[in-house]
Ligand binder design. Sequence first.
Ligand SMILES: CC(C)(COP(=O)(O)OP(=O)(O)OC[C@H]1O[C@@H](n2cnc3c(N)ncnc32)[C@H](O)[C@@H]1OP(=O)(O)O)[C@@H](O)C(=O)NCCC(=O)NCCS
Length: 303
Amino acid sequence: MPRPRHLPPTPSASSSPPTVAPEPDRRHTGGWREASGRLGAIWDHCAVDAIIELERAAAAHWRGTEQQWLGGWLLRAADGFTARANSALPLGDPGLPLDGALAAVTGWYRARGLPAMIAVALPVRAEAGESRPDLDNQLSERCWPTRPGPAFVMTAELPGAPAPVGLAPGSVFRVDDEPDDSWLAMYHYRGQDRLPQAGRTVLMSASSQAFASIRSGGGREVLAIGRLSFGEGWAGITAVQVHPGRRRAGLGTALTAGLCAEAVRRGARRMFLQVEIANLAARALYERCGFRYSHRYHYRVAP
Ligand SMILES: CC(C)(COP(=O)(O)OP(=O)(O)OC[C@H]1O[C@@H](n2cnc3c(N)ncnc32)[C@H](O)[C@@H]1OP(=O)(O)O)[C@@H](O)C(=O)NCCC(=O)NCCS
């Protein structure tokens, strides 16, 4: 497939209202910068601003069923379905000293029967010490361990015209406004057998989304699925899965090409996705499709 080009971090301007509380003053971002701290040459303030804006955008593509702002921190909950929708996202100053903010976060999640988690964005090459944001160091000092499964955020600039999707004869690429039962049956988040009720709500939580699949047998057999979401000037890819018996045969590549082509058709110019650092297969796929690393993140969990 003609590859999308690498997208350097670019601040995005727009934002949509959160589900519950009004969005805080963007001036809070300065506080996050301070909390991000001594990032040195690896992650300068321009890059931090771009990453905050991308994180803000990504949060609008995969929302909690309940959301509330604590100053510049977005608290999200969705009955525990995915860490992204069940963690606090620091996008600015929480408006409280850190210990007060952590107590408020912990209380908010405890009231919902959930572990308190904070999503911390980090430079791509985050090692211990100087290159990590102060917030991460401060959480570490307060014995908030990291949750397994840190992830990269990858981005690509999309080509001006949709590229063809290479499919074997008898297979079709299709896009639906909502996931049907076959699509949902293929979706096993972290190997889960059943999608919880909140899962469907989260899948439909962006301002708009589309559910792509590659199917054969006249549409009866689903070979691969992926979700596209739109908002805040970005297209996002989530929920990519190829049938376990059909992997390494080009379906992931075809699906990603189809998702990019559909995003272009709908006017998107840049795209992001999140992929676990340990998921070497998916990372290789996305790298081959032209995605490059923007930053990484992990979750700190309340002790
Ligand atoms: C990741 C995944 C979507 C790839 O689908 P796929 O149909 O096997 O991908 P393709 O056949 O198009 O492979 C494209 C390239 O990706 C890389 N790749 C795919 N699987 C790989 C593996 N197991 N190990 C190493 N590289 C791999 C290779 O570079 C491959 O090209 P090659 O076969 O010419 O070497 C599939 O493994 C999958 O569904 N995994 C479980 C769900 C998942 O991890 N989704 C991604 C969440 S972000």
